[in-house]
Design a protein around this ligand. Structure first.
Ligand code: OGA
Ligand code: MN
Length: 198
C-alpha cells in the first residue's frame, strides 16, 4: 500500500540522491507517532561518535534521543513502513540494505545540530538516511529547519519540520544541519545500513 511513496523515493534518490515529501505517511500512524514521541520519558542526551569513542558533545548537538524498538504497536508500524522501503530500494537500486535503525529526537527551545554528514564518504555502515517530522504546527519563525547542502556546500533545500514531511538522502553525500529550534521539535531520524546488526 506504500508502493507509490516507495517509488517516489526511489526515483528521486536514483536521480538526485535526496527527496523531500510532504504528507508522506498515513495520518492515523502520524498521530500515534506524535503522541508516543510526546509522552515518552526516556530521552537521553545524544552522543556523537568520534573515532572509536562515543561521547556526549553538546557543542555540536544538543538534542535528546530515544531509539525505536519493536513494540507490536506504533513503533512496529513505523518500522514496517521503513522495512518496506528497504526492500523496495534493494529490489530496484540493488543497495543491499541490511537493516534499519531509528531514534526519536527531541529538540527543546535552544537546541540545534551543527552541520555534519551521517556517514564518512564511502563508509559501509549507514548509507541511506531518513527523517520524519512530527510537529503539528510549525512556521519559519519557529527555527529548527533542516538545511541540506550538496558536496560543494551549496544549500539545496531548507525543510520545515512539519508533521508528515519525510526526507531521505544518501548518508555520505549531503551535509546537513538543524537550525536552532525556538520551541519543542520532534522527529524520527533513521538509517539504512549495509553491515550486520550487532
Ligand atoms: C541526525 C539528524 C535531523 C533532524 O539525527 O543525524 O541530522 O532534522 N537529524 O532531526
Ligand atoms: Mn544527521
Amino acid at each position: 500500500m506504500n508502493e507509490k511513496l516507495y517509488n517516489e523515493v526511489i526515483d528521486a534518490v536514483a536521480k538526485q540522491g535526496y527527496v523531500v515529501i510532504e504528507n508522506a505517511l498515513d495520518i492515523a500512524l502520524l498521530e500515534e507517532l506524535v503522541s508516543y514521541a510526546k509522552s515518552a520519558t526516556r530521552y537521553k542526551s545524544a552522543g556523537i561518535s568520534s573515532s572509536a569513542a562515543l561521547r556526549v558533545d553538546k557543542t555540536r548537538r544538543s538534542d535528546k534521543t530515544l531509539w525505536l524498538e519493536e513494540d507490536g504497536g506504533v513503533q512496529s508500524n513505523y518500522l514496517s513502513f521503513a522495512n518496506g522501503l528497504r526492500e523496495a530500494v534493494n529490489r530496484t537500486l540493488y543497495m543491499g540494505l541490511s537493516y534499519y535503525e531509528a531514534h526519536f529526537a527531541l529538540y527543546e527551545a535552544g537546541d540545534f545540530y551543527e552541520k555534519h554528514l551521517d556517514a564518512f564518504r564511502g563508509s559501509k555502515n549507514r548509507v541511506l538516511t531518513t527523517v520524519l517530522y512530527l510537529n503539528e504546527a510549525w512556521s519559519e519563525a519557529d527555527g529548527g529547519s533542516l538545511c541540506i547542502y550538496d558536496a560543494e556546500d551549496n544549500l539545496v533545500q531548507k525543510v520545515l519540520p512539519k508533521m508528515g514531511t519525510l526526507v531521505v538522502f544518501l548518508s555520505d553525500k549531503f551535509p546537513h544541519e538543524v537550525l536552532l529550534a525556538k520551541k519543542e521539535r520532534y522527529s524520527i531520524a533513521g538509517w539504512f545500513r549495509v553491515d550486520r546488526r550487532e
